[in-house]
Design a protein around this ligand. Structure first.
Ligand code: FAD
Length: 253
């Protein structure tokens, strides 16, 4: 099951952004501006900043999420976002001999499709285990003959075996990651991935991430979401035509 938690973020995120932006138009030092800013002025300044599209000051604040219950398919998509930092559970170092998997809702809803899907997952798991065993034995013998102790040979053989056996694992395989993005990159992420054109799994993740950051930086993320929510749909012929519904959904998130 998808799990998203904002585990850390820059302290006083909105005040810091407002102070950094204000520095651009002030003779004072940043620390003075920061300590002099009231909540009311922070709010006013942020609203002005957002309406002007002056986005670089929001790069000063970062958000770190703990994400689990997502597929390797999602991983391929999310890591395309280059202005971000990732740490992902390794399939080279961690065995997948009991892997969980993500079932797409459309497959879940169809009895026949679900049977095929489950059988495919079981087959992948069995093949993964068989390959791991075959490769483990081969590497273990080799490491022993190279003079490693039984314990060392076993650890090295297991790692070497699973790094090849993993090639049979499915895209549906569950993964976990730590993800850090600054607020500007997050706004771009939400614009692309909250859109109805984004794939269902990454859209569900983006919505949960947006809910989390709205709790700690409500003004900065007030208009976050697909472009139709704030500026207007940019999808042209591919538009879902649901701008009104999207606006309502994201304004009430
Ligand atoms: C609906 C949808 C469908 C997609 N389909 C495909 C697909 O079929 N095939 C595919 O390969 N990808 C696909 N993508 C991925 C997409 O092309 C982007 O790689 C991904 O969304 C990351 O977006 P980004 O580059 O804006 O983000 P980031 O990498 O985080 O970059 C943020 C911003 O920084 C700037 N930037 C970053 N790097 C550079 C650079 N090298 N040069 C200039 N500016 C830079 C850009 O302004 C960019 O928008 C799809 C994405 C979506 C949302």
């Amino acid at each position: 099951m998808l799990k998203v938690k904002l585990i850390e973020h820059t302290p006083n995120p909105e005040k810091l952004v407002a102070a950094a932006a204000r520095l651009c138009y002030s003779q004072d030092d940043l620390d003075e501006i920061f300590s002099d800013l009231s909540d009311e002025n922070t709010q006013k300044f942020l609203e002005m900043l957002i309406s002007m599209g002056h986005e670089s000051p929001i790069e000063h604040i970062s958000f770190t999420f703990a994400i689990s219950g997502v597929s390797r398919s999602l991983l391929a998509q999310i890591t395309r976002h280059r202005i971000a930092s990732f740490s992902v559970r390794s399939q080279r170092y961690v065995s997948e001999d009991n892997f969980e998997y993500i079932t797409p809702p459309e497959i879940e809803a169809d009895k026949e499709a679900l049977e095929i899907f489950k059988a495919s997952m079981d087959k992948s798991l069995q093949d993964y285990k068989k390959l791991s065993d075959i490769l483990y034995k081969k590497h273990y013998e080799k490491y022993l003959s190279d003079g490693f102790s039984e314990k060392e040979a076993s650890m090295k053989a297991e790692k070497k075996a699973i790094e090849d056996a993993r090639y049979v694992l499915p895209n549906a395989c569950e993964t976990k990651m730590a993800l850090t993005m600054n607020a500007r990159s997050l706004l771009n992420f939400f614009k692309l991935r909250c859109c109805m054109r984004a794939q269902w799994e990454i859209r569900a993740l983006a919505i949960e991430m947006l809910k989390e950051v709205k709790k700690v930086a409500p003004t900065i993320f007030k208009f976050a979401g697909p472009s139709c929510v704030h500026t207007g749909c940019r999808e042209g012929k591919m538009s879902c035509g649901l701008a009104k519904e999207m606006k309502e959904f994201y304004n009430n998130l």
